[in-house]
Write a protein that binds this ligand. Structure first.
Ligand SMILES: [Zn+2]
Length: 93
């Protein structure tokens, strides 16, 4: 399971829980195609006007609660951002 950074709020979410793998195929209302969205930022409507229903894992517009919602600190490996090496070695960012 991978992690990614939400393009809207910059928080880290799991690729299985947020809108990540389908982001280049499925467009969400109010966002451009290709936008990665955490579960909380994912709207309950697709760009084409269809309703985005809750599933067993997530409810659109709500944080899933499986781990705390935290901003990406640049130190952990995520699918759609590069780690800042200066942060890892203790250097000043
Ligand atoms: Zn978000």
């Amino acid at each position: 399971m991978g992690l990614f950074v939400c393009d809207n709020c910059e928080c880290v979410d799991n690729t299985a829980l947020g809108h990540f793998w389908a982001k280049n195929i499925v467009q969400m209302k109010g966002f451009e195609l290709g936008t990665a969205l955490c579960s909380e930022c994912t709207p309950d409507e697709f760009a084409n006007g269809e309703k985005h229903e809750a599933d067993i894992l997530t409810t659109p517009g709500k944080w899933h609660g499986r781990f705390p919602k935290e901003k990406w600190d640049g130190k952990i490996d995520v699918m759609n951002r590069k780690i800042n090496p200066e942060l890892l070695t203790g250097g000043k960012a």
